[in-house]
Design a protein around this ligand. Sequence first.
Ligand code: UDX
Length: 447
Amino acid sequence: MEKQGENSSRLVLVLYPFQGHINPMLQLGTIFHAKGYSITIIHPEFNSPDPSNHPLFTFISIPDKLLESNVSLSPADFMNLVSALNRNCEAPFKKCLTQILDHKHPHERISGVIYDGLMYFAQTVADALGLPGVCMRPTAAAMLLFSVIPQTEQESVFETQIPELQPLELKQMFKSMSTNPTEAMTEVRAAALNATKRSSGMISNTMEFLEHAALSMIREYSPAPVFTIGPFHKLAPSSSSSLLQEDAHCISWLDKQALKSVIYVSFGSMASLSKQDIVEIAWGLASSEQPFLWVIRPGLVHGSQGTELLPDGFQETVGERGFIVKWAPQQEVLAHEAVGGFWTHCGWNSTLESVSEGVPMLCSPCFGDQFLNMKYICYVWKIGLRLETELERGKIQGAIKTLMVNIQGEEIRNKAAEFKRKTQVCVTQGGSSWSSLDEFTKQILSV
Ligand code: UDX
């Protein structure tokens, strides 16, 4: 049965089918459902979310033909995958949206199509059907600078000496992105930029105080208004959208640990490590003498379950002090009072989830935007420490101690706690994210 909200306005949300994108989009759905909108989620068949976790939404899957397109799912082949999804999904999406419009209740209206920035075909379809298209960006807003500033101007714009942006090294990022771009890269960037320009607005999962300078620059260049309504998960409590089974046993284990004593270790849903990294992490955690909760997801080390790579004698050495899971209820973990540090790959969702709970971070970025997020954490906000790319047990042990116990880490810990308070202000009535959401519904959805 079709699920309807109170105000008979419907929003269509278009998912990019990876964990770090599914979570924020479904959280956004929850926010708008709480505002009275009916929510339809349209998603490719690949990595389908479980509708039973979101009984108030309507889910429709569209054929993605990914198998026939012969693309790999590795981060290295990311642009080919995005290009294939956009090529393959446009026609079925148009058909699906047309059917929704034809069969909708006479009193219902479709207020807009909100799509992940990587599913830019949705803007083309929204334009063709006369609906407002809104681009949702699940990364730091600073990444948008590469979409809204014309390519020819980026190098000189990024020369500017804005103190808050200086540590992000945007010029170096621009240079590495423009050296030997593949055909798919050029195509995806141009199409995404084009869609952004035609969109009625952009929603960024960030907060004004976190990215003030980047947001001012984006607003100078973007014809579409930018709404900062993050962290989404703090504006409306959302049910889990994990593709892997969450292991809740770790929460009872956390309940037994001392206040702020646990280091939580997770490298997100896509990053990969070497066998030697696992050994160094294991001994680094063991010698830190802190309790730890470590997520070793299947595939973290390519082609392996991961846990079989743990070194001999490790389990005996750490005993009850360590807890290993395949996948954790991460938001709940970070909000737990026993957690005092997060060793992360700096995915944007993980970053925001840690910021909003005041948990200081140890940073091991692996690819893409994670390096920019790390620079924000360590050098702009100063709520974390960077670990060198080459993982080594002695350095790991030292960094954990600094982050969580030693006097040298005190400023970082205090600053992280301050960020939690600032986040709470943003998401309560009158705060910047709360007001931006209000503004978005008035300006874009009520047209
Ligand atoms: C990817 C990119 O790596 C990232 O840089 C980009 O910003 C978004 O897409 P991912 O690797 O999935 O993201 O990391 P992240 O953005 O941190 O998202 C992971 C999500 O999975 C988070 O919402 C986190 O709470 C959740 N998670 C992770 C769990 O629920 N349990 C876990 O055990 C680990």
